[in-house]
Design a protein around this ligand. Structure first.
Ligand code: SF4
Ligand code: MG
Length: 284
């Protein structure tokens, strides 16, 4: 059985020292080992951005795609090989700007993949422009000295509205929680969205580690919170301005895309008195 070290390779990340993405890499490696995966059963697809390099830093199949397109690749991979565990990953610019259409449609399609977003609320790779997650008024010295005039996107509220079956949020400084949420996402039989506050220490001087520590509201504070209650999830997200961490919502009942495709195939063959097993279906 694979252990943590089996998911490590000898590629040295070129992230800046202190970048939050290091913790996300470590959490994925730990979670993969903890849920009993083998490197040859795991594929990590990433988009473009500093965080997009993550697919090269973990010993598993890796695919570094193009900007905003990690999800179409990940979905195709999963449908072509349903035995594979597929993680898609990228930054907030990648997933919530150019890739937002794919994010919403992957969510409502409910394909069994885990999508991990490293949300640093800025474009880091291109040296610090406001991203869709930057707050209104967010200033960067060279690109937005007068402050961003656009309001920040609320991706978890959008995901909930789009019919997400698993929504979680965590913070790079909380490796224990992040690892646990990735494990739960990997075990969830449907599309799992895990947004991670992952500070960019080089360009974002506003949303720092200290800022997140002061502003995060963890679900541990609400012992009566019920993650199967969609209305409660939306209310709590709005009350906390999206700064909620923990398992925010999970629907364990809704069928995933693969189950529905299999059922559709069975039904279309029903009139012909042909019965196929799931294994035979996979070979079609
Ligand atoms: Fe991380 Fe920011 Fe450096 Fe990119 S520029 S590696 S996001 S700290
Ligand atoms: Mg970013």
């Amino acid at each position: 059985m694979a252990t943590l070290k089996d998911f490590r390779n000898n590629v040295k990340p070129n992230w800046c020292p202190g970048c939050g993405d290091f913790s996300v890499q470590a959490a994925i490696q730990r979670a993969a080992a903890n849920v009993g995966l083998e490197p040859e059963n795991l594929a990590i697809v990433s988009g473009i951005g500093c965080s997009g390099r993550i697919s090269g830093y973990i010993n598993a199949y890796g695919f570094h795609g193009v900007h905003g397109r990690s999800l179409p690749i990940a979905q195709g991979l999963k449908m072509a090989n349903r035995e594979l565990t597929v993680i898609a990953s990228g930054g907030d610019g990648d997933g919530f700007a150019i890739g937002m259409g794919h994010t919403v449609h992957s969510i409502r399609r409910n394909i069994d993949i885990t999508y991990i977003v490293m949300d640093n609320q800025i474009y880091g790779l291109t040296k610090g422009q406001p991203s869709p997650r930057s707050a209104e008024g967010f200033k960067t010295p060279k690109n937005a000295p007068g402050g961003s005039i656009e309001s920040a996107l609320a991706p978890l509220e959008i995901a909930l509205s789009a019919g997400a079956t698993f929504i979680a949020q965590s913070f790079s400084s909380n490796l224990k929680q992040l690892t646990s949420l990735i494990e739960q996402g990997l075990n969830h039989k449907g599309f799992s969205l895990i947004n991670v506050f992952s500070p960019c220490v080089t360009f974002n001087k506003v949303n720092t580690y200290d800022w997140f520590k002061e502003n995060i509201v963890d679900l541990e504070e609400f012992p009566d919170y019920d993650p199967s209650n969609r209305v409660m999830a939306m209310t709590k997200l709005m009350e906390t301005n999206g700064m909620l961490t923990g398992l925010i919502y999970q629907d364990k009942v809704k069928k995933n895309y693969e189950e529905l495709v299999y059922g559709f195939k069975q039904e279309s063959l029903a009139g012909q008195d042909i019965k196929i097993t799931e294994e035979e279906f996979d070979k079609l």
